[in-house]
Design a protein around this ligand. Structure first.
Ligand code: MG
Length: 254
């Protein structure tokens, strides 16, 4: 029998982003920091270059907070919540007194995967998905007006996908003083692959094609690049970002 202590986790990750075929600027931002087990995607909004400011501030502040956090002081869940609130305040402060940055905000979806467990922090409509044994599951809930209507039974998935208001968020970073942060935790199984994607990715290609591409790819870097290229071919009207994290367990030697 193998106990958790005898397992070594190999984390293979890839990160790819593309401006798409229509937009002038890439307002998506991604952060990959295997040293602190952190992977994050943010999708910014706001005119006059404010959207890319917001998404970059979000992922950088999150990273800096977690890199400095003393794990003896607070639980991982509390640290992630605090990091999100710090990132939220940083965006609001950066926009304060700057009319050109009015309406600046961003989504933020972060994954921490370590020692056979995962933790996800989430605000907005970027998504965390997981492929396990070939089937794909969306782990996060979209914080958008139309997604809420789908959950309440007022709209079908199909209607939501084509709805003119589908990009309007019900929760975002930088848009209110104290946004509610969804925090999800769970076990990692050998072979699990996590995907963080902006809506330019998940809106362009469906879960089946995402799962197929991830399973067929030789490594996480190839998977992230192929997913973005597929989304660009199919749609490309928005910025596209994919972060892929593949978790493989093996028995520790000796
Ligand atoms: Mg987007």
């Amino acid at each position: 029998m193998t106990s958790d202590a005898d397992i070594v986790w190999d984390i293979d990750y890839g990160c790819y982003t593309d401006v798409g075929r229509v937009r002038q600027r890439n307002e998506d931002a991604a952060k990959v920091s295997p040293d602190i087990f952190l992977y994050a995607v943010a999708d910014g909004m706001g005119g006059h270059r404010a959207g890319d400011r917001a998404s970059r501030i979000a992922v950088q502040t999150l990273h800096d907070y977690l890199a400095d956090a003393d794990s003896a002081d607070e639980s991982a869940e509390d640290a992630v919540r605090a990091a999100f609130q710090k990132a939220n305040r940083s965006i609001i402060e950066d926009a304060s007194g700057r009319p050109d940055r009015m309406g600046m905000g961003t989504t933020l979806t972060a994954l921490i995967v370590n020692d056979g467990g995962y933790l996800i922090g989430h605000v907005g409509d970027s998504r965390a998905l997981r492929v396990r044994n070939g089937s794909i599951e969306q782990l996060t809930e979209d914080h958008s007006i139309v997604a809420a209507q789908v959950r309440e039974g007022g709209m079908t998935e199909e209607e939501a996908q084509n709805h003119p208001m589908r990009h309007v968020l019900s929760r975002c970073m930088g848009c209110e003083p104290d946004p509610e942060v969804d925090v999800l935790t769970g076990e990692v199984q050998d072979g699990d692959v996590f995907l963080l994607g902006s809506d330019g990715l998940t809106g362009a290609i469906g879960p089946d094609l995402i799962a197929e591409t991830i399973v067929a790819a030789s490594d996480a870097a190839t998977a992230s690049k192929e997913l973005v290229e597929l989304a660009r071919e199919k749609d490309g009207s928005d910025n596209i970002t994919a972060v892929v994290v593949r978790c493989t367990a093996s028995a520790a030697p000796g």
